[in-house]
Each structure stands twice: as structure tokens, then as C-alpha cells.
Design a protein around this ligand. Structure first.
Ligand code: GLU
Length: 302
């Protein structure tokens, strides 16, 4: 199969340096292999979205000189596909309804000694399994969860190496249909990576713990498993991931050359002197020729 990569931003804010780095890494990995590079707008979480963010992300990608193949896929147009996937999971008894609220889960976890967790960031609390074998008397379903606590998934990430998810390493019954009625990222991303024939997923390592969940869904739904490469995550001075919540500033169309150069340096590909200050049209051909995923560090080095 020919290479098909993608960048899949959520329109929760403007493009900041952290998301630019993910776009640059996935773009170069695709273009250096004469592959196609697709854009998918993950607009299925209205409570977190910001009006105008999808358009502003596309404009920023344009002024940085990205060229994408095919039409942008908007996940908001794909709800029927997520419903169909959930039906399959229900038919195969691989999901179950869950009545628990966040505060109930937290209260149960507070009572239990937390199990030792592997050193993977952002894993979140582990669901204690209350509704796994049936809803408690008199309680109604709020969300739907995937049966995942007994599984063992491992995969080899092109940058981060071998990753294991099992009972000791965050395997957890995760939500695919949320209590507010929206589909969860895990289901939508899995269905659409398959639908768009994505052969390799290149994205930030903040999403590393989500990958075993997506691989499990690929097994359950009999979808092809892409390869994965998780890029180092950009953090601010306080060591927090750049995001709208941590006050990341949007990338500017007035400083394309300098910002692109910083993104490349962050990814282990510093620009040569003679390209300093060059326009994006001159930087891209050099970066596509030079790109080597082996040169990308596992974590931020500066
Ligand atoms: N939409 C997700 C985000 O912006 C990324 C999804 C992905 O690359 O798998 O965090």
C-alpha cells in the first residue's frame, strides 16, 4: 500500500507551536516517502470547540506552506459511521453501558489504593469496572465503555520504541459514547484512520497512551492497523504541554521562516545557515530531502 499520512487537529483553538510541530513531523514523514498527506478536522466535541478555529487552523497551515491532498474530512459529517461501528461493538458484546458519573468514579478510586502506574504521562484514572458485568439496580446507562481491562496490546513505535498496554500499564475500559451523547475521540479516530486508509499515524507523544485503545478497536472492528510514530511533545517553561489551557500563543503568519526553523530544530533537523530566514517554499524542499525519522528525539531536548 502506498503511504498515506494525516494531520488531525481539533478546532478547540488556533494552531500553536505544539500542533505546528505535529503537522511538520507528519507532513515530512509523508512527503519524504512520496506519500499523500491528508487533513482531518476532528470537530466532534462541540463543548470544547471555539467558533472560527477550524478555518483559522486551515489558514495558518496554508501560510506555512503545507499542501494537503484530497478534501479536508470533517468528523462532524461522519456520525453515521461512528454509530455503525458502535452497533458492531454492541453486537459483539465488546462494549457495555455504564451508569457511573465522574465523581462516583473518583470517589471509588479514592477508597482504593491506586495501582502502580507505568511511567506514561496523562494516562488519567483507571476505571474500577463497576458496570462491567451489568448496570447496578435502578441505574440508567450514561455512557458506553469498551471491554479492555483484560487485554494485552503491544506495538513498536517508530520513535518511542516498544509500548506495552496491559493490566499494569493502563489497559482500561474506556468510553466510546460519552454521557453527553457525543462520540469519544478513540472511536472516531479509529474509524476514520481506517476509512481514510491511513498507513501511518505521526502525532504528538501526548497521545501515546491512546494508541493501544485504538489498536484494540481496530482488532474488534477488524480494521487495518497503521504504524505509529509519536513525536516529542513541546512543553512550556513549567514543563506543561502547550495547549490552549496552558496559554499557548497561536503561530503567526508574520514569522513563518523563524517558526518553521524552530519546529525543524525541535524535531532534530536544524536548518543550515544558508537557509536562515528563507521563505517556506525554500525550506520545505530541503526539509523533505533531509528528513530522517531516526533523527527525531524521543522527548524535547531544549
Ligand atoms: N484531534 C487530536 C488532537 O488535536 C489529535 C488526533 C490524532 O492525531 O490522533 O489532539
Amino acid at each position: 500500500m502506498s503511504y498515506r499520512g494525516r494531520f488531525a487537529p481539533s478546532p478547540t483553538g488556533e494552531l500553536h507551536f505544539g500542533s505546528l510541530v505535529a503537522a511538520v513531523g507528519s507532513y515530512l514523514q509523508a512527503r519524504s516517502q512520496q506519500g499523500r498527506w491528508l487533513l482531518r478536522m476532528e470537530d466532534i466535541d462541540p463543548p470544547r470547540e471555539q467558533a472560527g478555529a477550524a478555518d483559522s487552523i486551515l489558514r495558518a497551515l496554508e501560510c506555512y506552506g503545507f499542501e494537503w491532498d484530497e478534501d479536508v474530512l470533517y468528523q462532524s459529517t461522519r456520525i453515521h459511521a461512528y454509530e455503525a461501528a458502535l452497533d458492531v461493538l454492541r453486537d459483539q458484546d465488546q462494549v457495555y453501558p455504564c451508569a457511573c458519573t465522574r465523581s462516583e468514579i473518583q470517589a471509588m478510586l479514592d477508597k482504593q489504593p491506586q495501582r502502580a502506574l507505568a511511567p506514561v504521562a496523562n494516562a488519567g484514572p483507571v476505571y474500577p469496572g463497576t458496570c462491567r458485568y451489568g448496570l447496578p439496580e435502578g441505574r440508567n446507562a450514561r455512557s458506553w465503555r469498551v471491554r479492555a481491562h483484560d487485554v494485552h496490546i503491544d506495538f513498536t513505535d517508530l520513535i518511542q520504541g516498544k509500548i506495552i498496554a496491559d493490566r499494569q500499564h493502563h489497559a482500561d475500559d474506556f468510553v466510546v459514547l460519552r454521557a453527553d451523547g457525543f462520540f469519544a475521540y478513540q472511536l472516531a479516530v479509529t474509524v476514520d484512520d481506517a476509512w481514510q486508509d491511513i498507513s501511518e499515524v505521526v502525532r504528538g507523544a501526548d497521545l501515546l497512551t491512546t494508541t493501544p485503545k485504538q489498536i484494540l478497536l481496530q482488532h474488534y472492528l477488524q480494521l487495518a492497523e497503521p504504524t505509529y510514530a509519536h513525536l516529542p511533545v513541546v512543553v512550556n517553561r513549567e514543563g506543561q504541554k502547550l495547549s490552549k489551557q496552558t496559554g499557548a500563543t497561536p503561530v503567526s503568519c508574520d514569522q513563518v521562516s523563524a517558526t518553521l526553523s524552530s519546529a525543524l530544530a525541535f524535531l532534530g533537523h536544524p536548518l543550515p545557515q544558508d537557509l536562515a530566514g528563507a521563505p517556506a517554499q525554500e525550506i520545505w524542499p530541503w526539509a523533505i530531502r533531509r528528513w530522517h525519522i531516526e533523527a527525531v528525539p524521543k522527548t524535547a531536548t531544549s
